[in-house]
Design a binder for this molecule. Sequence first.
Ligand code: ACM
Length: 671
Amino acid sequence: MKTTLALLVACAAAIPASAHTLMPVPRTLQPASGRLTIDKGFAAAVDGACDGRARDALARALARLSDQTGIEWTESAGAASPRLTVRCDEAGSAMPSLGDDESYVLDVDAQHAALHAKTSTGAIRGVETVLQLVEGDRAGYFLPALHIDDAPRFPWRGLLIDVGRHFMPAEVIKRNLDGMAAVKLNVLHLHLTEDQGFRVETRKFPKLYQDGSDGLYYTQDQIRELVAYAAARAIRIVPEFDMPGHATSWLVGHPEIASAPGPYKIERHWGIFDPTMDPTREETYRILDGFLGEMAALFPDPYMHIGGDENNGKQWAANPQIQAFMKQHGLKDAHALQAHFNQRLSKILTKYHKQMVGWDEILHPDLPQTIVIQSWRGQKSLAEAARQGYRGLLSSGWYLDLVHPTRDHYLVDPLPPDMGLTPEQAARVLGGEAAMWAEFVGPQTIDSRVWPRLAAIAERLWSPADVRDVEDMYRRLDAESVRLESLGLQHETAQPVMLRRLAGSLHPGPLATLASLVEPVKNYRRPQLRPATQMMPLSRLVDAARPDSRAARAFARTLDAFLGDPAHERERQALVATFTAWRDVRPAIDVTIDRAPALEEVRPLAADLADMGAVGIEAVTYLTNRTAPPEGWKDRVTARLAEAAKPKAELEWPALPAFRKLVDAAAAPAR
Ligand code: ACM
């Protein structure tokens, strides 16, 4: 019995569901009895070898805790006997790097919370855990007594932000860095160059950003500030300069390095385009050497990403001089020519003490095993690279722009058990990065695409592989979402602001009900439904709508409970209230649309929702009264739902599958 109990408590996943809202779940957590009071007398201190980063992280945490609890710390309170102490065995490196020790141990009892880390980085991670543990009840705020021994499963846990397609001002990056630190992510990958924009100042080749950015770029001072801001949170910044394809914006100012004569202009459409650097000309390498050398000094991280994806090879195939070069060097195809290009880049990066990272496409036996492959093609591709001796990162399955529900991302694992890798090969899988590609996000909407879903991916990369309970993830995600908001992230607040703008009114009313229930279409469907360019405003209902509708999930849960027992009065009442609200949205939304032509596209969605509300009330009535619906009811309803299933305004109804279950149950014969 004793051993069973010990086993149970040793596994954080086995903690009762209500016990904590930690995200990511720590490696081990053992609850104890008692609590540590948080009141005016609460004081915290840093000792041991912790450096200024740990001290500053604690100061920020105390400010957040004060905001959360409404407690004003008094300067002298408890300074002699702090209730929280943070201790480090060594300072660790001031600039974060891959493989830093991020472990920490946290012990809380009724008198004291002790956070002990090997390095300041571990202390920074542990302080976030302390904040996530804060609870309150009638007696006040407190930390529950417990023992946590925590360390990450993977050393590279990142977020890619594509600032090329849509520029994100530095404040947007900073608030996302705060969110990343809160969920223990440690790499921000800035995708700085794309066909649609060149987003970093270069003093050596100013035409690159001056002609390639519409004036939207980071100055070198801003980059230094972002690097310092990230480092203070133990987050590395890895820059990506995508080449030889996805490179139109470079060629606007420097057409001489293109594989076809210019002139070039900044690309405004989305997709894969022809403009490609010329890998056969020394001038290309002269510019790349100068530019990458300058960037190597600006970005301190030892890793630099050279992209390498989606080169369509068309300009190379059409250029006789390039074809002759290939023949002369025995390069049999575009992939071989790109490997030649990458070998040259690799030498340049080595000269500047950088290790190369690139997308799957750069994998080629001619490249040294120091390169890191970032896989957007999937775990198999990643495993193959690992077998060939290359380190890798997973991004496939974590494309946030594809608007998948959190659960889908959460269950993706960089190392699924059936990959058949040896331990040595598996160790080459460093972790992964979620990717926020920016065709359809701007500064106002990016937070709602990144958060809170990224917190679930962060958990996958930090927590033990067997932490996979989807329901429990959602429970903790709601709590984490609130904490993330307090850092200034706008994933929840942007929607009401956008709805008020669309409605031209302080009171968008039932439009908010509708917006809470729709989701943008998934995968790459959006541009298929409406042609899109960089000039398209990202301010429509599809932009205000959020991924993974919480309202739709709540509806499905209530419905399941009701279908489990239609005599259940509470669920019945809840459903009737929900359906009544749906049914009645239409007049108010119509009035709003009459004054706001930008919302005209929403009219058919309001009709869908009103009709589903009416049908829902009928179905609940049939089920509750145990009566059969009239002849032809199911056919009529099914046809109507088929209409509702067609995307409108690039939006869809995630509640439809649950709704169909209700219709099926109501129309089922014998009751
Ligand atoms: C990519 O999605 N082309 C990296």
